[in-house]
Design a protein around this ligand. Sequence first.
Ligand SMILES: [Zn+2]
Ligand SMILES: [Zn+2]
Length: 553
Amino acid sequence: MAQAVRIVFLGGLGEIGRNCALMEIEDRILIIDCGIMFPDLEMLGIDLVLPDFTYLYENADKVEACVITHGHEDHVGALSFLLREISFPIYGSAFALGIARNRIEEAGVLDRTELIAVQDNERRKIGPFDVEFIPVTHSVPQGFALGFHTPQGVILHSGDFKLDPHPVDGRLTDLSRIGAIAAESGVRLLLSDSTNAQEIGHTPTESSVGQVLSILFQNNIDKRVIVTCFASHIHRIQQIADAAQATGRKIATLGRSMAKNVALALSLGILNIDPAVLIDIEDVNKYSDSQICVISTGSQGEPMSALSLMASGENKWLKISERDLVILSSHAIPGNEAAVGKVIDGLYRLGAEVIYPPLAQVHVSGHAMQGELETLLAVAKPEFFIPVHGEYRHLVSHSHIAQSMGVAPQNILLAEDGDIVNIDNGGIDFGGEVPAGYFYLDGLIGNVDRGVLRDRKALSQEGVMVVVVTTDPTAGTVIGEPQIMTKGWMYEDAADPVLDEIRQEIISTLSKVGSQVFKDQEIVKNRIRKSVGKFVYQKTKLRPMIVPIVVEA
Ligand SMILES: [Zn+2]
Ligand SMILES: [Zn+2]
């Protein structure tokens, strides 16, 4: 009986983001991607969400290495956090490692982290793992699908992919290699990207965006052109730069991540811009409008980003006017629509012409739609299938697609974060769970818990009321009048009479408790919290957070 293989999912199944899975053979662990998730609107004040690494910390001595599929933050962004606790080498494409490297360096752990660049179609032995790096097209250069040659057959992980017939760099998804694996040894298990599993048809080719951009540049020859896109989308940046150069413009980048990624891509030779064309953002005003193209960050309407500051007239380098054309070469990630809408309004108000989808097709997705997912299934012909990288509904839709392509229903596993999946000679099955909750990161402090988030929500909706009561514990009495301070609760003039009544309510409540109670501050606080909460709700139908403070005289 061949050695069993285990897959453990730490993130990415049931959400878009914090992708992280583990493969285990012979008691060794290979980490597959290690990403972050951006917080949703409910997660007030949270900067980032990480996978729960408890299982990895407990099995730190078994970790062999990490392999990364590509350089998006939802696949590499959490490495710097994990590497603070445990060390391991990282295998990936030069570009993906370059992106990961920045954060690892910031975390101060670069000197003890080995970064190993792999080439397209390279096959590497990493401990008991035998990994093949198969090229795929995606919205970042040098993406990989991963072929794991295991004792249980080939396990194929699609990575994030699309089937682009005309990628900007000509590097196609290597369907022929996947077909060859299917023919030689068969694909035992396919794990595949579900992001667009509910979208009918095929994702348009990235090159189509270049054509639209070049027309927009041609039609606005007298205007200054400002384009935003994801800073890691080097092929989009290439197409913007091509359109700019074709219309005789100088190019400046704006935003820290844009400058960094452009420099990285230029140094790797995967971005081609004439050095004579690149200028500093400080120098844009030395040229006429028709001579300038700015490529900027801020496509998600992030509050302090370059584009947001432009829209509110506060950008240091660029003052927006009717002489500008602003192109948002991106789509708003769910949750960011309102922020992006506000930025667009701001730009219009300043007189700019603004182009964004669906006004023109200035963006296409980097993920495969149904037609492409079907093609991959047809080529790989997997025995078993697990949909990955998606919200739960995407995973369900993708499992339906797999079934329609001939995968037996009992051979499809709808796994979620924390699930352990065993693959042995008998087949594939669930084998328990590991901790996989959200790890919230706020500022420099890790793991803000759900209680803190609940408090923040209450504070944001109902405000806070701090009640200070001075007591004499020996006499068992209240001294003087309670003091009350509120924030975010009620308009001051309306609040004053209510506050008077609350003070009386507190005195009356505490006069009724036995004098012994005053010996225990916690009980006094509880009584205040309860009676004030009830009283305030009766009077105002509001539930501010009540913070009692007892001072013993
Ligand atoms: Zn991606
Ligand atoms: Zn992704």
